[in-house]
Structures are given as C-alpha cells and as structure tokens.
Design a protein around this ligand. Sequence first.
Ligand code: SAH
Length: 248
Amino acid sequence: MSVSIRIVLVNTTHPGNIGGVARAMKNMNFDELHLVAPKKFPHVNADARASGATDLLENAVVHETLEEAIADCQIVVGTSARGRHIPWPVVDPRELASIVGPLSAEKKVAVVFGREDRGLTNEELHLCHYHVHIPSNPDFSSLNLAAAVQVITYELRMADLYAENNEEVKPQWGTDWDIDLADSADLERLFTHMEEALVDIDFLDPENPRQLMPRLRRLYLRALPDKVEVNVLRGILTATQKAQKPKD
Ligand code: SAH
C-alpha cells in the first residue's frame, strides 16, 4: 500500500485482542499499530494471540490520548458497530478502500477502533472525517475487535492489489493538489479557536451549546480543508474577535 495506514486501538481491555489485531494486520501486510491507553500492555496474552506478529507489538506506539495518536494524520476514519445520534458520512469497508487506496505515499490515514464493550464515544467519533461500518446483521452487529480489523484491512489490501494493476485509479479530488491537506492537529486547533470566537461573539452559549460544534466539525471535516485554508479561517476568527472588542 503506498499510502501510510495506521491502525489505532482505543482503551482496549483484553490484551489478547491486541495480539489478534497484530496478527490480522500482518496477514494483510500492514505494520503501523498505535494504542491509546491500553488496559494491559505489553502482556503475555497479546504475544500468544499475535502468533508470528510479535514484531508489530514490539513496534506498537502507545499514546495517552486519541488526539495525540492521530495528530499528524490527514484522514481519520472511525469505526462504529451502530448508528449514532448525529449522522456522519458513513462508508462500508470497500468504499473506504476506494477513498484511501489511491492516496499518495505522503498521506497519513488513521483507522480508529473502539473499546470491546462500548466502542468509540461520540466525542471520539467527531474527530473523524468518515465513519466506517461493516454491514453486519442489524440484530447482532458488533464483531470481535480483531475480526473487525481483519475485514477492514482485507478490503484495503484488495484495493491496493487492484491499484497495482490499474494505473487509471484516480485519487479523490482535493486530496492531491498544491497545498497539503490539514492534519488532525491543525483541525483541532481550528475547532478550539472557532468555539472560543463563537463564545466571544455570543453566538455559542457555553451553558447550552446544543450540537453546534459537532455540526460545524462535520461541515469542515467534509470539506477536507488544506493547511492554507485552515490558516485563512483562523485569520478570519482572529479578526472577528478583534472587531467585537470595544475600541478605546
Ligand atoms: N458494543 C460496541 C461495539 C464494540 S466492538 C458498540 O456498540 O459500539 C469493538 C470495536 O470493533 C468497535 O469499536 C469497532 O471499532 C469494531 N467493530 C465491531 N463491529 C463493527 C462493525 N459492524 N463495523 C465497524 N466496526 C466494528
């Protein structure tokens, strides 16, 4: 795969599942495993389930927060076993592969997997550009963590094998132009600044924020802004904050 794809596991409870994920990833030729605050790691059960993929466990990068684990990624994809309160762009694993597969080698993509018992929180899902849902049985929708990683990395690998033989596969517009796409750290700075400015101008009531920030996040994430566009937006926010301060 030419694009760099990072698998991120959030707060995994069972170390055996981390091992199972490492094995699933290595089978599909992926090697970037990032862990956010795992309950028990390293652990003998992780090594046992990884079988011959313990090298991925040795090289796994452990982070304290999800924000830190995805800070340098330009496309962030959250996984979800069920529908959520605010709809978000949802793709199936094959559609995901058709979006990220053709991206160039410098692009970094994170696919984020949730806790065994509760999945990802809404706040975590709101950090993501897309949500991927494996279209499982609606009455029994949640796969084992390592099984979910297997299905998604299989589709990513299939897209990669196809792209090797088909030069006409085109990247999605906007992902391959003059300025680099903003990464997650740029976007989070933008959203923090936006929230602050909207409070300053009394548009956002911190006591009753409703769904304003999630909706604005969804809008800007959908646009895949580049680094210059994010700087322009932040410049507008700064100017707005200055303009509403009383002049002396
Ligand atoms: N009970 C949780 C599911 C946790 S399953 C919930 O309702 O959200 C553990 C993780 O496996 C999920 O966070 C997700 O990363 C992945 N997963 C399981 N089933 C999935 C599905 N059908 N589609 C996408 N990801 C899935």
